[in-house]
Each structure stands twice: as C-alpha cells, then as structure tokens.
Design a protein around this ligand. Structure first.
Ligand SMILES: [Zn+2]
Length: 140
C-alpha cells in the first residue's frame, strides 16, 4: 500500500475505513492531505471513494477547527474532486498541462469513459481500452 493510503487510513473516524478508489488518484490525495494537515492537523475522514467517475472526500469530526479554516478545507477538497475528473483513476495520467511538472505525463485522452453496462470512470484511452471502456455509449 502507498504511503498516502497508510497515512489517510489512520484518520478514519470509523476503524477499518479505507480508500475506495484506485491508486491513480494517490497523488491528488497526497496534495490534498498536505493542505488539510496545514489547516487542521487533527482532521479526520468519514469516507473517501469514487462515485460516478470522480473522487468524493468526506471529512469526519476532525480537530474541531472552525471559521475560515473549515471553508479552506472544503475548497481544497472541491479542488481535489475537480482534479480527479481530469486524472486517470488507474495510472494517474492527467489531462491538465500544468501537472506535467509533477512527473505525471500530460495525456489529453483522459476523461469520463463508459463500460458496456454504463458504469462511469475517469480513464485515459490506454487504461480504458484495457478495461473495455469507451468514451461514450452509442445511446448517449
Ligand atoms: Zn490510465
């Protein structure tokens, strides 16, 4: 398991909580964790998962941080969730140019893809092909 997953899983309010998304988004979680620790070093997590193709990150009870810090934490979470819509959940490739400087390859093929049964995931073309996902369904 990656370092960031080990770190985050210690922060769940509920014992046994785990990160319910693939590890392509680990670098997004790493960056988010750095911001959240800065704002509330005792922050806790209720749930982290993939839903309808993007990241969902729910804070727990935390360190009772108040005021502007809480607003900034929610801004940081929204930014991470938005970033997940441009980042392959399997390999971490990102379609936003600025993120190539992180050593993550710029890949403009990343986007929402659909399985034969309509399941949605954010994938690059290479990973989508491996899983049998396509850019859109014929009946969309
Ligand atoms: Zn990929």
């Amino acid at each position: 398991m990656s370092d960031i997953r080990t770190k985050l899983e210690k922060r769940f309010d509920r014992p046994g909580g785990y990160i319910e998304c693939s590890d392509g988004w680990d670098w997004i979680l790493e960056e988010l964790h750095e911001k959240l620790v800065f704002l509330d070093r005792k922050y806790t997590i209720l749930q982290v998962k993939e839903k309808f193709g993007t990241l969902r990150f729910y804070l727990g009870e935390g360190g009772k941080t108040k005021n502007v810090a809480v607003l900034l934490m929610h801004d940081a979470i929204r930014y991470a969730e938005d970033m997940s819509a441009h980042t392959c959940e399997l390999c971490g490739n990102c379609s936003l140019v600025g993120y190539s400087e992180r050593g993550i390859e710029y890949d403009k093929t990343v986007g929402l893809k659909f399985s034969e049964y309509g399941w949605r995931r954010t994938l690059c073309d290479t990973c989508a092909k491996d899983l049998g996902y396509r850019a859109s369904r014929e009946d969309d």
